[in-house]
Each structure stands twice: as structure tokens, then as C-alpha cells.
Design a binder for this molecule. Structure first.
Ligand SMILES: [Zn+2]
Ligand SMILES: [Zn+2]
Length: 374
């Protein structure tokens, strides 16, 4: 085997170390809680049953969402974003960047693309040889272009992007609940173990004291570990809640996507409630389950077509031209990137007059016009 292959194999194996570490901690926490705490330490049967039922519920949801985050393959752009054979040959032959851009511009003419690089060039991945859809980025760890890439997470050894962002959020939420439940129920035994009964036999101890057994170490550690994980995950989860509310990825926080009118970090924001639906879907009954319900196809996203605060936007329809909050404010009256987008070829695909729920639906056909056309 060539040395580069061996190195790659080693890297692949090493990448699983953080996942194995988490799995070991979770497996130990299960043993410590169920066996050492519930079976050996808690004497009341009712308390045992309630703790075990709630514990297993949060454990199953946590493991399920963690599993889905790890093993959901990151979605890549569809074939329509790849250059045709002729274009690819021409692109490779061409040495001048302007001519290469011309080829890309021609190829991107019919694609639903609204964003460019900061220097107004078509975003192209040389490695995957495709035109990058909006919000798509190349992950060097996975070596593929990932749709709506958020970040590459070593703790799940996977890219967090369009296909598993909802699972990642649920994983954070359920791990918080799991840690909180464990820490809260262990707390009283944690305190009791500090005032241990020194008598060897359990039956010689007073009722409110715990015997000095090996369960002590597990219970003490369980509290420390649960509290530590809870604190560290809390900040990450809060940050991602904020990102969902803004319809922004971690990458977009650091580098705002460039639209026709310039960089706009809120370019994809449709208002808090619609942003939430973009990730969790329209049906509330599936929101808390790690089942894929995100809206769209990951290749094209509804965009905020005017530069203003999304919370202040009034959704306009053809029949009812919207009045902007300040009537003297001047907004661009034409949508962005109109010239290069097939979605804008027909007005009927863009202007929807139906109820609000139906406006921002999946992908290409259901874009909402928030431009204040007068
Ligand atoms: Zn790529
Ligand atoms: Zn990745």
C-alpha cells in the first residue's frame, strides 16, 4: 500500500476517536445511572420507576438524534450543477480567469443561483468541478461540496449541513435534557455521599444516610460529568438557536453571502417563524423527532429580495401592494440577480397570493416575493 493511502487510513480511523470517546462516556453514564444509582442506591421503588422511565426516554431520543447526525450522509449538489463535458474541456483549456468566468456564467445562466464570491465571480469548486449552489461550501475534511454547509463537526465525524442540521440541533437539545435530568436527579445522592455513613453494613446505617459502597464513585462522577457537559453544550445550543432564528449558517456568520446588491448576512432570513420552518418543516408533530423534515432541496433557498429588516417586512401580493413601514424609504424594486436566474424568468413562480403558510414551501417553485413592488 502506498504511504499516502496508509496515512489516509490512519486519518480516517483517528477521526472516529472523538465519537468513540462520547460513546464510551454515554455507555458508562447509562451503567452508572441505571445500575449504580437506580438499582444499588435508591431504595424507594416508586422513585426508581419514575427515574428509569424518564431516563430511558431522554436516553433514546439523545442516542437516536446523535446516531442520525453521525450517519446521515452530507448532501451534495445535483448533477445540474456540474459542467457539461464540453464546458469542462473548454474551462480547463482556458487560462485567462475572465474567459473561465464567461464559461461559468453561461453554464450558470439557468441555475437558481443568487450569490457570488466577494469579487462577483461565479462560485466554482475546482476540486468537485461544479458550480456551487447558494450556501454550498467545499469541506476539506469530507472532500466534497456540502449543501448549506454549517461546519465540519469532529464530535460527530461528519459535516453538519442541509441533510442533518435538524438532527444536529436535536442532538444538542436532547443531550442538554439528558445531562440536566441526570444532574438534577443525582444531586441529592451526590450531597448524601459527602456525609457518608461509615458503617460497613448497609442495614446498620440510619435511614437517611447512604452506606459507603463502590456506587459512591460512580454517582459522584456522574454529577460532575453531567454538569460539565451541560454547561459546555448550553452555549453551543444557544448559539445555534440564534442562527436558526436568523437563517444563517456558522460559515455565513463569518463571511456574509454576496448578493447582487453586495454582501448581506441576512440575505436568507425570512423572519423568525419562517426561518424556524425552513429547518424543522411545516408539520409541528415532527419537530422533535430526528426525521428529515427541512424545507427545500438544499440547492436553492428563498431569499430576502430587498435590503431591510426581515421582521419589518410586509408580505406583498399582486392584488394587495404592500405599504412599507416608512413610505419614503427607497427599496430596490427589482429582485436580485434577476438576469441570471431561471426562477425569475416567470413572475408567476415568484408572486404568491396564497395564505402565509403556503408561501415559503420547499425549493424552487415556492419562493416568496418580499420585494415591495409598487
Ligand atoms: Zn467541492
Ligand atoms: Zn466535512
Amino acid at each position: 500500500m502506498a504511504p499516502s493511502h496508509v496515512l489516509k487510513c490512519c486519518q480516517k480511523v483517528l477521526a472516529w476517536v472523538p465519537v468513540a470517546f462520547i460513546a464510551l462516556v454515554v455507555a458508562w453514564s447509562y451503567y452508572a445511572y441505571v445500575v449504580e444509582l437506580c438499582v444499588f442506591t435508591i431504595s424507594s421503588t416508586a422513585e426508581k420507576v419514575v427515574y428509569l422511565v424518564v431516563f430511558h426516554l431522554s436516553f433514546v431520543m439523545f442516542v437516536w438524534s446523535y446516531w442520525k447526525t453521525i450517519f446521515t450522509y452530507p448532501a451534495s449538489p445535483s448533477n445540474e450543477f456540474c459542467l457539461s463535458k464540453a464546458d469542462k474541456e473548454q474551462y480547463e483549456k482556458e487560462e485567462r480567469p475572465e474567459s473561465q468566468q464567461e464559461i461559468l456564467r453561461r453554464a450558470a445562466k439557468d441555475l437558481p443561483i443568487y450569490t457570488t464570491t466577494a469579487s462577483r465571480a461565479i462560485r466554482y469548486c475546482d476540486r468537485c468541478q461544479l458550480i456551487k449552489p447558494d450556501r454550498c461550501h467545499h469541506c476539506s475534511a469530507c472532500d466534497i461540496c456540502v449543501l448549506k454547509m454549517d461546519h465540519h463537526c469532529p464530535w460527530v465525524n461528519n459535516c453538519v449541513g442541509f441533510s442533518n442540521y435538524k438532527f444536529f440541533l436535536l442532538f444538542l437539545m436532547y443531550s442538554l435534557l439528558y445531562c440536566l435530568f441526570v444532574a438534577a436527579t443525582v444531586l441529592q445522592y451526590f450531597i448524601k455521599f459527602w456525609t457518608l455513613c461509615r458503617r460497613k453494613a448497609a442495614e446498620n446505617c440510619p435511614k437517611n444516610e447512604l452506606p459507603d459502597t463502590h456506587a459512591k464513585f460512580h454517582v459522584l462522577f456522574l454529577f460532575f460529568v453531567a454538569a460539565m457537559f451541560f454547561i459546555s453544550i448550553l452555549s453551543l445550543f444557544s448559539y445555534h438557536c440564534w442562527l436558526v432564528g436568523k437563517n444563517r449558517s456558522t460559515i455565513e456568520t463569518f463571511r456574509a453571502p454576496t448578493f447582487r446588491n453586495g454582501p448581506d448576512k441576512n440575505g436568507f432570513s425570512l423572519g423568525c417563524s419562517k426561518n424556524l420552518r425552513e429547518v424543522f418543516g411545516d408539520e409541528k408533530k415532527y419537530w422533535l423527532l430526528p426525521i428529515f423534515t427541512s424545507l427545500g432541496d438544499g440547492c436553492n433557498f428563498p431569499t430576502r429580495l430587498v435590503i431591510m429588516d426581515p421582521e419589518q417586512l410586509t408580505v406583498s401580493s399582486q392584488n394587495e401592494p404592500a405599504k412599507s413601514s416608512g413610505s419614503n424609504q427607497s427599496f430596490p424594486t427589482r429582485p436580485l440577480s434577476e438576469s441570471q436566474n431561471r426562477l425569475l424568468a416567470s413572475d408567476s413562480q415568484w408572486v404568491e397570493s396564497g395564505p402565509e403558510e403556503e408561501n415559503v414551501k420547499s425549493g424552487a417553485k415556492k419562493h416568496i416575493t418580499v420585494s415591495l413592488e409598487s
